[in-house]
Design a protein around this ligand. Structure first.
Ligand SMILES: Cc1cc2nc3c(=O)[nH]c(=O)nc-3n(C[C@H](O)[C@H](O)[C@H](O)COP(=O)(O)O)c2cc1C
Length: 155
């Protein structure tokens, strides 16, 4: 029997929406029979996973320093590991008008710090007060695709 994939989702948040989004990811994985550990960026004490999903909300045009620094400081630990990146922001509301901006300013600072092999990056619509429940299906679709891709790479 093939061993189960060990997934760790690492994130930070200021106002809680990224935390809600990673809970949706966990729920989506559970529905696919995969369990995932959720870890705030300052609580990561173990790198014994097959797959890391690392994300940050965007504040003032940048991902949080805590997440960028975490990636820099742990470069060695991610070598040879598979990683996916995501950001949570409001720019997503403006659709393809902001796509290039999001790629260059929001995702790139995280992507360029990934020392392992980057499978894919995702962008999710955040919120200020009321959760954007319509984003849940996108989050679940993304995470399931991600895991399929991760599994395909180990075949
Ligand atoms: C002070 C402030 C600055 C923000 N700056 C940006 C920004 O530059 N670009 C963007 O797309 N969203 C921006 N946002 C929206 C946040 O990315 C969004 O609310 C996100 O869901 C916050 O994540 P969190 O609840 O996990 O902290 C900003 C929000 C606040 C409150």
């Amino acid at each position: 029997m093939r061993e189960k994939l060990k997934v760790c989702i690492i994130y930070d948040t200021k106002r809680g929406s990224t935390e809600r989004i990673v809970e949706w990811m966990k729920e989506g994985l559970m529905g696919a029979g995969i369990s995932a550990d959720l870890k705030k960026v300052d609580r990561v004490d173990n790198f014994d996973y097959d797959f890391f999903i690392i994300g940050s909300p965007i504040y003032w045009e940048k991902p949080l320093k805590s997440v960028v620094n975490f990636l820099s400081e742990n470069k060695d630990k991610f070598k040879g590991k598979k990683v996916a990146i995501f950001v949570v922001c409001l720019a997503k509301l403006f659709g393809h008008f902001t796509e290039r901006h999001v790629k260059n300013h929001y995702l790139k600072p995280l992507e360029e710090k990934v020392s392992g092999s980057l499978i894919k990056s995702g962008v999710f619509k955040g919120w200020l007060k009321k959760p954007s429940y319509s984003e849940k299906k996108n989050v679940i679709k993304w995470i399931r695709e991600m895991v399929q891709e991760r599994k395909r790479l180990s075949q």
